[in-house]
Design a protein around this ligand. Sequence first.
Ligand SMILES: CC(C)(COP(=O)(O)OP(=O)(O)OC[C@H]1O[C@@H](n2cnc3c(N)ncnc32)[C@H](O)[C@@H]1OP(=O)(O)O)[C@@H](O)C(=O)NCCC(=O)NCCS
Length: 191
Amino acid sequence: MTTANVTWPRPAGRLELHLPTPALLDRVLDWRNRPEVTRWLLTTTVEPAAFRSAWLDGIADPKDHSAVALLDGEVVGTGSLWLSDAMGQSHVPDGPWRGAEAGIGYLIDPARAGAGLATDLARALLGLAFEELGVHRVTAGCFADNVGSWRVMEKLGMRREQHGVRDSWHAELGWIDGYTYAMLAEEWRAR
Ligand SMILES: CC(C)(COP(=O)(O)OP(=O)(O)OC[C@H]1O[C@@H](n2cnc3c(N)ncnc32)[C@H](O)[C@@H]1OP(=O)(O)O)[C@@H](O)C(=O)NCCC(=O)NCCS
């Protein structure tokens, strides 16, 4: 992993990614708790003050590269990217596995869904992770029923590596299936 100096704002296809500010987060909160958004999330309804603090605290966290997505100046989404260790053997404590993975997540204002914006956003997160942060592998998870979410990952060439049978608990549906998708740096370079 490199200690890249990530610059903001940055382009993401038609979108522009910005570090969070209280004003931008207020625009996210206009739609963040709508049922169409929370239906397939793990962190469902958020409390506004806690949501703002968590996002603003992330700016100083070198492992957090999450951002607010704007389209023509309007807040339309959020993209999350967090660094973590890969699996690795402890007797090489500073081995290549340290900080070698990133997880990503994305939300789009339901009024803007279906226009390919999550794909633009997730592609930019993969580019940031592989090309600037230098990670070895990126992963993302979702409920299997969240077809829109895993379609985004498949369109970007990520691989379904895990189909967890009834491994994920949903408040209305109980135990249902979950997917984990992944991509390697060499796959990103070869795409
Ligand atoms: C899931 C979500 C990110 C998709 O955003 P989006 O901007 O609509 O995504 P895109 O337009 O880039 O791509 C979605 C793809 O899924 C398809 N899709 C969406 N819902 C679908 C459904 N119910 N059944 C089948 N396909 C579906 C779209 O047709 C599109 O595929 P295509 O380009 O091949 O036609 C967005 O709806 C969202 O934020 N949902 C709420 C939060 C969420 O669930 N986030 C993911 C957490 S894991």
